[in-house]
Design a protein around this ligand. Structure first.
Ligand SMILES: Nc1ncnc2c1ncn2[C@@H]1O[C@H](COP(=O)(O)OP(=O)(O)OP(=O)(O)O)[C@@H](O)[C@H]1O
Ligand SMILES: [Mg+2]
Length: 515
């Protein structure tokens, strides 16, 4: 049980209040006098559009960001948190939106960073105790992760799970989860939720952020809605109402857009993948992508979809098979050659591949275009960069203070929009989009779907990888289901329904009943 691995830390009963919190960056107010209360044995969800201030609120409550005003109280005692470490000592732990485990350390080592167990008079590090306790914490959460594996080998989903185990190891009773589900598939979300429910049952105080309405309605006891750094609504479970929450969040009426009835798919092959294999991730992958077509890859995390995309894009070597783009083989070419030939890949883990966080919005968006601009006009200048950046900001509705803001300062969803803009600006022949709306709010999601459809209409062939079934159903002309590195089913046109899609790969995982 989680309680058995908890040790250090002060176990308090856990009512955690933030009152009148004010936070500005420069002259830009981000939190405008915000108050929320978290209670033991309850899950409190904060909703709001990208940039509304949700992560900033959590960071203030976890000692990561110092507010300009307001107070924090844990069980009526005032708290001043000058660092995350201090928050841990008070039993408060933040599982961040982008977990950043130290890549060189093993799982067990990263779990004990800052509090390595020691033994004997010389206080030598007790490696075997460390491994055993790490293993125990992971098992308590029902997780099957090797404690000796290097952190860099973990998927985002696993990194988040390790963060959760770290919270328990530190004896924390207040756990704040910042968008834990955005990189997870339905099955993994179920697993996380059962952990959260168990912790709730044991009286832990839990806070949650998510852009997925179904999940929020499913798991929450209390919901606070933020808009532009202020609280606009606050409801308890019996009063939950989807339409009201959505319109409070965006400040206007929201309509749900059904699956589109038109298709811009042609019969002209642009990308042909044949017999592609990369052991042990995938084998015998073959499909043809047509001009104007939107093709989806569905499956569980770990099914090999990202590996397939990375191999097509030249980031991994293939063991067998071929990739042909516009009639010419591109198998084994270096990535920059592949981009030049018109194939781009917007990766799932934007922090690692897609976005350059210390660079400005303008630099990020124009980075993809540098080759092209240089070839045509010689060097690229600041004005070009600013113009391209400004266009992307308005087209993709990026919330920012200006195009000279660095990506690091943008909210998660807004970083995603910049990465998307960077690749789409190239008008590619083929675009592979891995989780294109990860962390994007409900309003902006529809905007991104419309932009993807507009690109397809303009002739780009699009391959979408997504863990959200609704997203694939909404977008795709055709869907391939991948299970353990092989294509196991194909759905098209009106045959695409959430039920059939779920069944197409979950039945292979022995989870057919859940579909
Ligand atoms: N270090 C920083 N410097 C300047 N501005 C910042 C910084 N961190 C956050 N901001 C700004 O504060 C606002 C709120 O950001 P926050 O990350 O809290 O949003 P969010 O509600 O979590 O959004 P998302 O759903 O996209 O994750 C954003 O407009 C963001 O650009
Ligand atoms: Mg956020």
């Amino acid at each position: 049980m989680p309680g058995t691995v908890a040790q250090a830390g002060s176990a308090s009963s856990g009512t955690y209040r933030a009152s009148d919190i004010v936070k500005s960056y420069g002259s830009v107010p981000v939190l405008k006098g915000l108050s929320v209360s978290l209670h033991p044995g309850r899950i409190h969800t904060t909703m709001g559009e990208n940039g509304a201030g949700k992560s900033t609120l959590f960071k203030v409550m976890a000692g990561l960001v110092q507010p300009n005003g307001g107070t924090l109280h844990l069980d009526d005692a005032p708290l001043l948190l000058s660092s995350p470490h201090e928050a841990h000592l008070h039993g408060i732990y933040l599982v961040p939106q982008e977990p950043a485990l130290m890549p060189e350390l093993t799982v067990a080592e990263t779990m004990f960073v800052g509090q390595l167990p020691t033994t004997g008079r010389w206080r030598r590090i007790d490696w075997s105790a460390m491994r055993a306790r790490a293993q125990e914490a992971l098992h308590a959460l029902g997780l099957d992760i090797d404690v000796d594996a290097q952190s860099r080998r973990l998927s985002i989903a696993q990194q988040q799970q390790v963060e959760c185990a770290k919270a328990l190891l530190r004896g924390c009773r207040v756990i704040l989860f910042d968008e834990p589900t955005s990189p997870l598939t339905t099955h993994e979300v179920d697993r996380l939720f059962s952990t959260m429910r168990r912790l709730r049952g044991e009286g832990y105080t839990l806070a949650f952020i998510s852009h997925r309405m179904d999940e929020v309605l499913d798991i929450s006891d209390d919901i606070s809605v933020l808009r532009d750094g202020a609280l606009v609504d606050s409801v308890e479970r019996p009063e939950f109402d989807r339409t009201r929450l959505l319109s409070q969040m965006v400040g206007r009426e929201m309509r749900t857009i059904p699956r589109r009835s038109w298709s811009s798919a042609t019969t002209e092959a642009v990308l042909t993948v044949d017999g592609l294999a990369h052991a042990p991730s995938f084998a015998e992958v073959g499909f043809t992508l047509h001009r104007g077509e939107i093709l989806g890859l569905a499956g569980l995390v770990g099914a090999g979809r990202t590996e397939i995309a990375e191999t097509i894009f030249g980031l991994r070597r293939c063991d067998a098979g071929s990739v042909v783009l516009d009639g010419a083989p591109i198998t084994g070419l270096p990535t920059h050659e592949i981009i030049r030939k018109g194939l781009v890949y917007a990766p799932e883990d934007r922090a690692r591949h897609g976005a350059v966080l210390p660079m400005t919005i303008a630099q990020n968006v124009s980075a993809g275009l540098i080759e092209r601009v240089r070839r045509r006009w010689g060097l690229m200048d600041r004005d070009d960069e600013d113009r391209i950046g400004a266009e992307a900001v308005s087209q993709y509705r990026v919330r920012c203070a200006g195009t000279d803001q660095t990506l690091r300062e943008l909210s998660g969803g807004n970083q995603q929009k910049v990465v998307f803009g960077k690749w789409m600006g190239l008008s590619p022949a083929v675009a592979i989009l891995d989780e294109p709306t990860r962390g994007v709010d409900v309003g902006a999601k529809d905007e991104i779907y419309e932009l993807i459809e507009a690109r397809a209409r303009a002739g780009t062939a699009i391959l979408v990888i997504s863990s959200e079934m609704e997203e694939l159903v909404r977008l795709c002309d055709r869907i391939l289901s991948i299970y353990e590195g092989r294509i196991v089913a194909e759905l098209h046109g009106d045959g695409i329904t959430p039920e059939r899609l779920g069944r197409s790969y979950l039945s292979h995982a022995g989870l057919g009943a859940a579909a």
